[in-house]
Design a protein around this ligand. Structure first.
Ligand SMILES: [Zn+2]
Length: 255
């Protein structure tokens, strides 16, 4: 974050939560919404911060392909998934800096659950509002002003809140389908990180678990079926020795 002095600041009216620009060189002023009288320096200071996207839509599609190819998903995900990366979107979060931990609240209903996770991903934010035309073609999810007022009124009444930020975050929404199922994700526009609530399960995991379970069952069955203690031990050791490379392979693959 930039130096505090460079950041645009406003005050939240403690009575109604409305955001007000503090006039210079006055000690008291009236809230433009509820008319209550406010003293300069009281009320919650609110800073607005803006994220400048650092990756293009094409780069976002590249990060998505990399994510498809990662070992956490099925092997053929990259080949089989039919995906669409949408244009740049902006969304707003309210960040309450409280003693202990930040509280992050979305300031509008969110189109997909992943967008909420965006609020928890650190980003480089700028106090300078975007210039005219800078966001041309992007979709801005507007702040729900009633929700903002309500959250600010609540924050003003909370003595643990030190600082309040309205953060504008940038992302690319993703929709894709894989083997008949449909999924959503977002690519964070700062670092290209892919966020997803749900993704196709890695199918090999089931296979490897099957191998491990089968091996244990085989050892157990031998212990029961093979007569004579010595013979049993020999058979189990031989089987285990044969299975060991396979088990090791399964464990290594499994992580
Ligand atoms: Zn007010």
């Amino acid at each position: 974050m930039r130096d505090r002095e460079l950041v645009t600041s406003e005050t939240a009216c403690p009575q109604c939560g409305a955001l007000l620009a503090v006039p210079h060189q006055v000690d008291t002023f009236a809230c433009t919404h509820c008319r209550s009288s406010l003293r300069r320096g009281t009320g919650l200071r609110v800073h607005r911060l803006f994220e400048r996207p650092r990756i293009t839509r094409e780069a976002a599609a590249g990060f998505l392909r990399g994510w498809f190819a990662s070992p956490a998903g099925p092997n053929d995900l990259e080949k089989e998934a039919i995906s669409e990366v949408d244009g740049l979107h902006y969304v707003h979060f309210l960040r309450l800096r409280r003693t202990g931990a930040d509280v992050v609240v979305p300031l509008a209903p969110l189109p997909t659950p992943e967008v909420l996770d965006l609020g928890g991903v650190p980003a480089q934010l700028d106090g300078e509002p975007p210039a005219e035309g800078e966001e041309a073609g992007a979709r801005v999810i507007a702040i729900d002003e009633d929700l903002l007022k309500e959250e600010l009124r609540r924050a003003a009444a909370d003595p643990e809140v030190d600082d309040v930020l309205v953060e504008r975050r940038a992302y690319y929404p993703v929709r894709y389908s894989y083997r008949g199922d449909r999924y959503t994700a977002v690519v964070e526009a700062g670092s290209g990180r892919v966020l997803a609530e749900r993704r196709p399960a890695r199918r090999e995991v089931l296979g490897e678990r099957g191998v491990a379970a089968g091996a244990l069952l085989l050892l157990f069955a031998e212990a029961v079926v093979v007569p004579g203690l010595a013979a049993r031990v020999v058979v189990i050791v031989v089987t285990a020795a044969g299975l060991y490379p396979m088990l090791r392979w399964a464990v290594a693959r499994h992580g």
